[in-house]
Design a protein around this ligand. Structure first.
Ligand SMILES: *Cc1c(COP(=O)(O)O)cnc(C)c1O
Length: 291
């Protein structure tokens, strides 16, 4: 059974103006199924078992934290797993550490062209895939669906909804952020820092949240050039935060979100004595040793 390493640790960082950032280390929720991906998978695994599927199938890029978590979850929960990986050219190259781990856990990797990968949400593509893998429970890219959002609502405890003025997290598909919004108290301000450029996710997030909740803002990644892009300034920042606070971050999600949060605090966007909860969503698996 999928169990959680409760209690999840908190780490508090005291800043200027008495502002505190408390980091909820959900990256430590489980030894191998890290961070928000654990919460996103939880109800999907239960549903897949209930419906009698023997395989889990999902999609991701070569560094996907979701694919990594899925491979671990599948073995520990008694499923076979299939990863549809973006980039046909990767099939002939040595696997990176994310994919090596996934494969060693028994995941069957299928590499598809970028063009085919873009079709992954279309009914035709999914029907064809389901016909090829009739025993597979198909989970969307990044793991986001209604059951994932439900799982992410459990990231926040009652105490988290009472004791903090603001809740901050990194955003990919928006599923995690939607769960946090649903669980939050109306007086709390929620800030989501997207790893992607553009505000197209706002519609998705609205779909997954209770419509009348308007206590949230999504910030587009317009600082470092978009998804997966980073520079020396960000890497230096991440190294500095690690040295100063023993807080490990990575440059795709959590590092960018933490950088933007500190910049907003410096600009005076938060009142003195604000209590901010930063959700550490994980993602360290792809960057061990490189930052
Ligand atoms: C997947 C991931 C996210 C994004 O989660 P979404 O629910 O897709 O928005 C954020 N941070 C980390 C570390 C991730 O791996």
């Amino acid at each position: 059974m999928l169990t959680c390493n409760m209690p999840i640790p908190y780490q508090t960082i005291q800043l200027l103006d008495d502002i505190t950032i408390t980091v909820k280390r959900i990256d430590q929720v489980h030894p191998t199924i890290s961070g928000n991906k654990w919460f996103k998978l939880k109800y999907n695994l239960i549903e897949a078992k209930r419906l009698g599927y023997s395989q889990l199938l999902s999609f991701g890029g070569a560094y996907s934290n979701h694919i990594h978590a899925l491979a671990h979850a599948a073995t520990s929960f008694g499923f076979d797993s299939i990863g549809i990986i973006r980039g046909a050219e990767l099939a002939d190259k040595p696997l990176n550490s994310t994919l090596t781990t996934a494969q060693s856990l028994g995941m069957r990797l299928e590499f598809v062209s970028r063009t085919d990968y873009r079709r992954k949400h279309t009914p035709e593509f999914l029907t064809e895939l389901q016909a090829r893998y009739p025993n597979a429970y198909i989970i969307p890219e990044g793991g986001t669906n209604t059951l994932a959002v439900k799982g992410c609502e459990e990231i926040l405890s009652e105490q988290d909804c009472q004791g903090f003025d603001a809740i901050v997290c990194a955003v990919g598909t928006g599923g995690t952020f939607a769960g946090l919004i649903n669980a939050s108290h109306r007086n709390q301000r929620l800030l989501g820092f997207s790893a992607l450029k553009g505000d197209f996710l706002i519609n998705d997030i609205q779909q997954w949240t209770e419509g009348d909740k308007q206590n949230w803002t999504l910030y587009s990644e317009d600082k470092f050039g978009g998804y997966g892009k980073f520079n020396d300034e960000l890497l230096t920042f991440i190294a500095d935060i690690k040295a100063r606070y023993a807080l490990p971050l990575e440059p795709i999600y959590t590092g960018k979100a933490f950088y933007r949060l500190l910049a907003m605090i410096e600009q005076g966007d938060f009142a003195s004595a604000s209590k901010i909860l930063f959700i550490h969503t994980g993602g360290l698996q792809a960057f061990n040793g490189s930052t």
